[in-house]
Design a protein around this ligand. Sequence first.
Ligand SMILES: Cc1cc2nc3c(=O)[nH]c(=O)nc-3n(C[C@H](O)[C@H](O)[C@H](O)COP(=O)(O)OP(=O)(O)OC[C@H]3O[C@@H](n4cnc5c(N)ncnc54)[C@H](O)[C@@H]3O)c2cc1C
Ligand code: SF4
Length: 354
Amino acid sequence: METNPILVVGGGPAGLEAARGTADLGYKTILIDSAEAMGGTPISAGYAALTPDLRNADEALQEMIGAVTGHDLLEVRTGTTITACSGKAPRLAVSLQGPKGEESVTAGAVIVATGFQHFDPGRETQVYGYYEFDDVITLVDAERMLKAGNFLRPSTGQQPKQVCFIQCVGSRDRQIGNQWCSKVCCGIACKQAIEIRDLAPDCRVFIFYIDMRAYGFWEDELYWKAQEEKKVNYIRGIVTEITRRGDTLVVKGEDTTMGRPMEIPMDVVILSVGMEPSEGTLEMAQVFNLPLESHGFIETIGGALNTVATAVPGVFVAGAAAGPADLEDSVSTGGAAALKAATFLRRSNGKLTT
Ligand SMILES: Cc1cc2nc3c(=O)[nH]c(=O)nc-3n(C[C@H](O)[C@H](O)[C@H](O)COP(=O)(O)OP(=O)(O)OC[C@H]3O[C@@H](n4cnc5c(N)ncnc54)[C@H](O)[C@@H]3O)c2cc1C
Ligand code: SF4
């Protein structure tokens, strides 16, 4: 049965898996991304190595991109986004804006996989001096340094002697309205702590946390590995201020296990910034008329048993567009969305029409 194509919006890990899935199931698929390159945030933000096994991020994502670029049933368009949509699936009239201008496509079903953006630690209510001190960086900045194969103090270019991570920056914070755990940052901090200790064995590494949430196998593969093998120091505490004394940063707060104030000099402070819905996700929610859930991500309506259905029949969501997600979640929901979109087309007998 020939049907209108399935449109996948977003070529990150979730969208790549979704598009490969629908094409492998025999459905014509159009995969679009507003960026010039596929691969999503791991590529655009320059991640170095992926959890839990430190696999090279470029290599892993290139493998996913390779699976979609040569596929007979799959058309990939970069630098393209969607400006409008009308009608109902399996005959959704969608306007695309790409390098060749505006174009209309009739889509049988849509999978939105437009991902997340990193929390900006410069927001007013934050106290970490990200835009004030060169040596206060984020997990994303640290990934870029690790990708370049070194970990140096930005202010001096020297190897740091003391580095810390501050967890839950922009997550689990009612004051700023981000009342969710971003799920990945504990694991990523443990991973980066391991990498820093490997690159600079003389550097002491601390992680200040409210509580560590390295769930599933990450507990063993990352948390305990960092602590036991790499001698990373975990301190349960709340950081209230970062100041500078001479050319050193001073992290002030409270060690909540010991119940006493702390003041520790650091050469580099890494803020474990969380995930927020991307601008593209909010735009696509509007275009496709998709309600947002209470935290601002795209709402799914199937609870735990159907993580990809939205309130609009024939439009599905995958990956971090629906909430904080690691790669495993993103790729799994990408696959689930592919199956649901294909099933939708099959059941609605979405024959090729305009
Ligand atoms: C610092 C950091 C490090 C991380 N490292 C790891 C790790 O090691 N292991 C792990 O499991 N997870 C890691 N994660 C989480 C991981 O990045 C996400 O799980 C994953 O990127 C989510 O994939 P996605 O496809 O849903 O979204 P994204 O990767 O955000 O991709 C979304 C894609 O959609 C495109 N897009 C957006 N809007 C539009 C639009 N309107 N039209 C068309 N295209 C659009 C974007 O250009 C992008 O290509 C990390 C997260 C952070 C914050
Ligand atoms: S994963 Fe860890 S650092 Fe990230 S929000 Fe959750 S508890 Fe905080």
